[in-house]
Ligand binder design. Structure first.
Ligand code: NAP
Length: 493
């Protein structure tokens, strides 16, 4: 078949069953699209609620750093967003509402963790932790990216007499007032937490291993009048979405691949001015100044952080952590920082994806072997020898580049074009060929060398060999690739 040979307009004739794994943003989208297509599907969700990252992360100050009118499904714009960057609980509620409104919530099997998917006699055998087995023609792995907390193995952590937990295990019933709170980490989660709690805790100690560039972005509240306008005139939301998307693509997503782009320099200048203008004490300012380029790590957005860390009850600690003791954290200089609560905003095991799930494809090919060195997937979607198995937001996608909802919508439309070939009986099995997957992997590694992520910092964008794993090209190119699968890259049986 040639790249222009697509049967997406062919009349559907085959009844197919889909298993969607995960009821987060991507799983809900998949279910809605499959329902619209009249296909049979079920969603398995390991937890007892939907919402993925927005269910797992409920820490103080959580919000999305993509504007909400952009971080919404294109077909379910939401006039009720309270702010330009809506808080986490509002986003989780949005996904619940959309799942109900589009009639897919009833298809979710909660508390059902899928442990293995095996391709046997042309179909996928899906096993769950509770011992149940299902069978499907297609698997959609919508399992998310950042969901396995990475907790440092600090010596003595278990001996801590106060409360210690990861940022993704926040207890909202915990009253932090009058507590001495330590936060480890300076990623987006830590910065949001610090900004939110600084003025309500007794003492705040931020343990910084690496300083972060912070870009000051305000968060406009939408008034009732504005929300009324959005309700009455959906076009107004669409206009915001289009405008924000274009600005985001031109000013960020399209320039990440060119470390020398003037736009990256402009981002650097904005971050530097933010630091220089807003941190008064020169010692503190220098401690907060990163020694790598803005954008190399994921940019942190905050208008509040520098104010928060300069409050009289807040302290920045840059000495490395030596160990945790019952009464607090001792740093390498011998100082004990006494604490009641220790929050580890220390990120996630970013190379897990759907693992520890076992996936066994054609002729015994396993995910464990395929990803032994590093996870990879052609177009972030397909893995050789895993026919009719597609990932959403898999490895090598534009994970830090743009609104992940937009990414997933494009990916799912692409997947549906592949599905249509099976649906119209032109084939039974479809997966990327080994040659195309290898070529894609080599090309993206070459392209990664000129990205801003390759400019000499440590970050979760890098694999174990220091190679950036995310989509290294422009976002426009991603949209073009997603418009139509190149069938010559697929093994079709
Ligand atoms: P992260 O960006 O991986 O940050 C982890 C932080 O913990 C880093 O500062 C890291 O220091 C520090 N750390 C890790 N191990 C440590 C150790 N042993 N000792 C001392 N410090 C240690 O994690 P995150 O903040 O949870 O954010 C992860 C990603 O989630 C973000 O990049 C973003 O994509 C997403 N996120 C998004 C939003 C949003 O608004 N949309 C909000 C939160 C998170 P080093 O820098 O030295 O490694």
């Amino acid at each position: 078949m040639t790249s222009s040979d697509t049967s997406s307009d062919a009349p559907p004739s085959k009844s197919l069953r889909f298993v969607i794994i995960g009821a987060g943003m991507a799983g809900i989208l998949s279910a809605i699209r499959l329902k619209e297509a009249g296909l049979d599907f079920v969603i398995y969700e390991k937890a007892d609620k939907i919402g993925g990252t927005w269910r797992e992360n409920t820490y103080a100050g959580i919000a999305c750093d993509v504007p909400s009118h952009l971080y919404s499904y294109s077909f379910a714009l939401n006039p009720e967003w309270s702010q330009q960057f809506a808080p986490g609980p509002e986003i989780r509620q949005y996904f619940e509402d959309v799942a109900e409104r589009f009639g897919v919530a009833s298809a979710i099997r909660y508390n059902c963790e899928i442990t293995s998917c095996k391709f046997e006699v042309g179909r996928w055998q899906v096993a769950a932790a509770d011992g149940s087995i299902d069978t499907a023609d297609f698997i959609i792995a919508a399992t998310g990216v950042l969901h396995h907390p990475a907790i440092p193995a600090f010596e003595g952590l278990d001996s801590f007499a106060g409360l210690a937990f990861h940022s993704a295990r926040w207890d909202n019933d915990l009253d932090l007032s009058d507590r001495r709170v330590g936060v480890v980490g300076t990623g987006s989660s830590a910065i949001q937490i610090v900004s939110a709690i600084a003025d309500r805790v007794k003492e705040l100690t931020l343990f910084q291993r690496t300083a972060q560039w912070v870009i000051p972005v305000g968060n406009q509240t939408y008034s009732e009048t504005e929300r009324e306008k959005f309700r009455a005139t959906p076009q107004a939301m669409l206009d915001i979405r289009t405008e924000v998307a274009r600005a985001f693509i031109d000013g960020f997503a399209n320039v990440l691949g060119d470390m020398d782009s003037p736009m990256i320099e402009a981002i650097q200048a904005t971050c530097e001015a933010n630091l220089n203008d807003n941190v008064k004490d020169p010692d503190l300012r220098e401690k907060l100044r990163p020694n790598y380029r803005a954008g190399c790590k994921r940019l942190v957005m905050s208008e509040r952080f520098y104010d928060a860390i300069q409050q009289p009850n807040a302290k920045l600690v840059t000495e490395a952590i030596d160990r945790v003791e019952p009464s607090g954290v001792r740093t390498k200089d011998g100082v004990l920082h006494e604490l009641d609560v220790l929050v580890m905003a220390t990120g996630f095991k970013v190379d897990a994806f759907m693992r520890p799930m076992e996936v066994v494809g054609r002729e015994g090919a396993t995910l464990r072997e395929k990803w032994e060195v590093a996870p990879s997937a052609y177009m972030a979607i397909s893995i050789p020898d895993f026919p009719n198995f597609f990932m959403l937001n898999g490895p090598n996608g534009p994970v830090g580049n743009f609104s992940l909802i937009d990414v997933v919508e494009l990916q799912f439309a692409y997947i549906m074009q592949l599905v249509d070939h099976v649906r119209s009986n032109s084939c039974k099995e479809i997966s990327v060929s080994r040659a195309a997957a290898e070529r894609f992997d080599e090309d993206r590694k070459v392209a990664a060398q000129t990205t801003i992520w390759s400019t000499g910092c440590k970050s979760w964008y890098l694999d174990a060999n220091g190679v950036p794993t995310a989509w290294p090209w422009t976002y426009d190119r991603f949209q073009e690739e997603m418009a139509q699968p190149k069938l010559a890259d697929y093994e079709i049986r």
